[in-house]
Write a protein that binds this ligand. Structure first.
Ligand code: A3P
Length: 301
């Protein structure tokens, strides 16, 4: 049973990517049963690239008319993962087929699925995808911390940085190979920019207002002049900031319905923490893999 959690040590390769047993069941379930609607927005990320942040931002953006940023906003009392559920890690786990009729339109879901494994209806419908990725150096460091934070809670053992690094470089990580995951969405976003919005964590950190406005346009609800005057863009970013979310009671001592502590999803929220963990050789190794995998694609992380 301890192998059933998010961070189970055994991974299984399916359609070229690695999944744990809990996730794999969910992948098969949503591939078989999830029916995307034209108005859906699917948030796709590699693990530890800022999924929690993206969920908070997109939830607030999409629902801003009915749920403006006030002291009663749902994010103040709910972790973003409860508001925007994962298809394969929450809705379709354990052969469960969820009833999604209670979701109001536009529905927001999230997934770590690689492009090849997306349910058919996602590609066949008008559903839009927002893809978020992050510098592999920071993604890896964040992943290592997260794994070691949660694994002891499920009575598993912790892993050394070197051990997890070696596997990450060989592509053996949740939804890895990391580079293949990113590259595929990058290529698809180039050929179909109306369907897939490709975003980097670092760009969002550097120019949050710019990218929030672009996201609003992408999903077809740009900020009105009146909203601009009222400062809604900054209200959303302020509500969803690391500082704000990580200090909320729900994220300090709350838990997800699946048992993980909410605080595990908030560590530093900064760019460049890899400098405190990776040796020059490790950085070289990651750079080389990136150069090889992304060669000729125009993509740089
Ligand atoms: P660090 O471990 O580098 O701090 P995910 O949500 O995909 O699991 O990714 C988690 C990473 O996003 C963690 O990175 C976490 O601290 C960071 N994060 C969480 N909330 C954030 C926010 N509101 N703004 C920026 N980064 C955030």
């Amino acid at each position: 049973p301890k192998e059933r959690g998010w961070l189970a040590t055994h991974l299984y390769r399916y359609q070229g990517f690695w999944h744990n047993s809990r996730q794999l069941g969910g992948v098969l379930g949503c591939q078989q049963h999830f029916q995307a609607q034209d108005t859906d927005v699917l948030l796709v990320t590699t693990p530890k690239s800022g999924t929690t942040w993206l969920k908070a931002i997109m939830f607030t953006l999409v629902n801003r008319i009915h749920s403006p940023v006030t002291h009663e906003h749902p994010l103040l009392t709910n972790n973003p993962h409860e508001l925007v559920p994962f298809l394969e890690l929450k809705l379709y786990v354990d052969t469960h087929i969820p009833n999604l009729t209670s979701f109001s339109s536009p529905r927001l879901f999230s997934t770590h699925l690689p492009f090849v494994s997306l349910p058919k209806s996602v590609l066949e419908s008008g559903c839009k995808l927002v893809y978020l990725c992050r510098d592999p150096r920071d993604t890896f460091v964040s992943l290592w911390h997260f794994t070691n934070k949660l694994r002891p809670q499920s009575h598993g053992t912790t892993s050394s940085l070197e051990e997890v690094f070696d596997k990450f470089c060989r592509g053996v990580s949740l939804c890895g190979p990391f580079w293949d995951h990113v590259l595929h969405y990058w290529k698809e976003s180039l050929s179909n920019p109306e369907k897939i919005f490709f975003l980097k964590y670092e760009d969002m950190k550097e120019h949050p207002q710019l990218h929030l406005r672009r996201l609003a346009e992408f999903i077809g609800c740009p900020f009105s002049p009146e909203e601009e005057t009222k400062g809604v863009v900054d209200d959303i970013l302020g509500l969803c900031s690391f500082d704000n979310l990580s200090k909320l009671k729900v994220n300090v001592d709350g838990k997800l319905s699946s048992g993980e502590e909410n605080k595990a999803f908030f560590r530093q929220g900064e760019v460049g923490d890899w400098k405190n963990y990776l040796t020059a050789e490790m950085v070289d190794q990651l750079d080389k893999i990136g150069e090889e995998k992304f060669y000729g694609s125009g993509l740089k992380l």
